[in-house]
Design a protein around this ligand. Structure first.
Ligand SMILES: Nc1nc2c(ncn2[C@@H]2O[C@H](COP(=O)(O)OP(=O)(O)OP(=O)(O)O)[C@@H](O)[C@H]2O)c(=O)[nH]1
Ligand SMILES: [Mg+2]
Length: 362
C-alpha cells in the first residue's frame, strides 16, 4: 500500500521518520513521502524528513505543553498551509494517508484529528491515523488527553490504528527509556504491513500475496484497529512449517498485539512473511481459520509476504476492535483522569460528577 506519512507532534515526527527509514532500508517502496508537523521548533530540528512549524504566533516554537485544545486550534488555523505542503507528496500513486501522533500530548493529540478531518474533505484516499497510547505510568493529563483524542480520532479517521506504549516495551524499562526500541518495533510492524500490499505488484511468482485492497477492506469497519506480530525459526521445507505458522500466529494474537489483550475484532488480515518455499499453504489456512474462531470475525483474510529470511513471521491486522475489553478499560482510565482533573479545577463537584461522557475535541 503506497502511503504518505505525516507525523504530528514529537512522537509523531520521530515515528514517521523511523517508518520512512525502515521502508527505505528494506527497499520496500511503500512510503511515498514523509513529513513532520509540530509546534515545537526543537523537536523538528532533530529530524531529517521535511518538516513544518505551525502555531508560531501562538506558542513561538515552544510546543503547546500538553494542551490539546490549543493543538487542535492551531491546526485548524493552519490546516491549509499544512495541506499545501503535503500536496506535492500526495501524487496519484498514493493509496492512503497515514497520520502519526502520540495521543497523550498536545500538538499531535489535538492536531491529528483536525488534520484528518480536513484531509478527508479534500482527498479520496483513506486517511488512517497511527495513534500512540500513553503507558500506564504516564501522568493523568496524558490519559485524559488520550481519552478525548481517541474518541474524536475514531470518528474522523477511516481507521485509528493503535499502539499502546506499554505493549512492546521491555520489562523493567520505563516508557521513556524504551522509546527508541518501541519506535523500532512500530516501524518494523507497520512498515511490513504497508509493504505487504506492495509485493503483489512486483513479484509475479507469488499468487497468494496480500493486495493493498485487502488492507483497506480489513480497515473498512472504521473505528479502532490494532496489529499483532510474532516470528519464529522455520525449517527450509514448507511441509515441516505447518505448526510453526499456526503457533506464530497464536503468539502474534495472544502475546504480540499493539494493544495488549485485544482479541475480538470485526475483521482480520493474516500476513505470513518468509521465503516462499518455507511457507506452508496448509499452515496459513489453518492459522487463518484459527484467527476467525478466536477473533469472532467471519471476515479474516490471509496472504503471504515473500521476504528473504530463514524465519517465519506472522503479522495480524485487526479491524474494528472496540468491543475488546481492553479498549473500554482504556477509555475508562481516560475518563477517570478527566474527572479527577475537572474535580480539582472545578469547584462544583456536581458538574464534574455528572460528566460521564468524554467530550469531543471539536
Ligand atoms: N512510542 C513513542 N511514544 C512517544 C515518543 N515521544 C513521546 N511519546 C509519547 O507521546 C505522548 C506525548 O506526546 P508528544 O508527541 O510528546 O506531544 P506533542 O504532540 O509534541 O505535544 P506537545 O509537546 O504538548 O506540544 C506521551 O504519551 C509519550 O509517552 C516516542 O518517541 N515514541
Ligand atoms: Mg512536543
Amino acid at each position: 500500500m503506497k502511503a504518505v506519512l505525516i507525523g504530528v507532534g514529537q512522537a509523531g515526527g520521530k515515528i514517521t521518520q523511523r517508518l520512512a527509514e525502515y521502508d527505505y532500508d528494506m527497499d520496500f517502496g511503500a512510503v511515498q513521502g514523509a513529513m513532520a508537523v509540530n509546534t515545537a521548533r526543537a523537536d523538528l530540528r532533530n529530524l531529517d524528513i521535511d518538516s513544518m512549524l505551525i502555531g508560531r504566533d501562538r506558542v513561538k516554537g515552544h510546543g503547546v505543553g500538553g494542551d490539546n485544545e490549543l493543538g487542535a486550534d492551531i491546526m485548524q488555523q493552519e490546516a491549509t498551509e499544512v495541506m499545501d505542503g503535503l500536496d506535492a507528496k500526495l501524487t496519484s500513486e498514493a493509496e492512503a494517508v497515514v497520520l502519526v501522533a502520540g495521543v497523550g500530548g498536545g500538538t499531535g493529540s489535538g492536531g491529528a484529528p483536525v488534520l484528518a478531518h480536513e484531509l478527508k474533505r479534500v482527498y479520496d484516499v483513506p486517511v488512517y491515523v497511527l495513534g500512540v497510547l500513553p503507558g500506564r505510568d504516564e501522568g493523568s493529563i496524558y490519559q485524559a488527553n488520550a481519552g478525548r483524542s481517541l474518541k474524536t480520532l475514531a470518528r474522523e479517521a477511516d481507521s485509528l490504528l493503535l499502539v499502546d506504549n506499554d505493549a512492546w516495551r521491555t520489562a523493567g524499562e520505563s516508557v521513556h527509556e524504551g522509546f527508541a526500541e518501541i519506535n523500532d518495533k512500530i516501524a518494523q510492524r507497520f512498515g511490513l504491513l504497508f509493504a505487504s500490499g506492495e509485493v503483489g505488484a512486483v513479484d509475479e511468482v507469488a499468487e497468494s500475496v496480500v493486495d493493498s485492497s485487502e488492507i483497506v477492506n480489513t480497515l473498512r469497519p472504521g473505528g479502532m484497529a490494532a496489529v499483532g506480530y510474532a516470528s519464529a525459526a522455520a525449517s527450509s521445507d514448507a511441509g515441516d512449517n505447518v505448526n510453526a505458522i499456526t503457533s506464530t500466529t497464536r503468539n502474534a494474537l495472544l502475546t504480540g498485539t499493539s494493544v495488549p489483550n485485544v482479541v475480538k475484532a470485526r475483521t482480520g488480515l493474516l500476513v505470513v512473511a518468509g521465503q516462499p518455499e518455507r511457507i506452508s499453504r496448509k499452515g496459513v489456512e489453518r492459522a487463518r481459520k484459527w484467527l476467525e474462531e478466536e477473533t469472532g470475525s467471519m471476515e479474516v483474510r490471509g496472504g503471504d509476504f515473500p521476504l528473504d529470511s530463514d524465519r517465519i513471521a506472522a503479522l495480524v491486522l485487526l479491524g474494528g476492535i472496540e468491543r475488546s475489553g481492553r479498549i473500554q478499560e482504556f477509555l475508562d482510565r481516560a475518563r477517570e483522569a478527566q474527572e479527577t482533573r475537572e474535580a480539582r479545577s472545578e469547584p462544583d463537584p456536581e458538574e464534574a460528577f455528572g460528566n460521564e461522557e468524554l467530550e469531543d475535541l471539536f
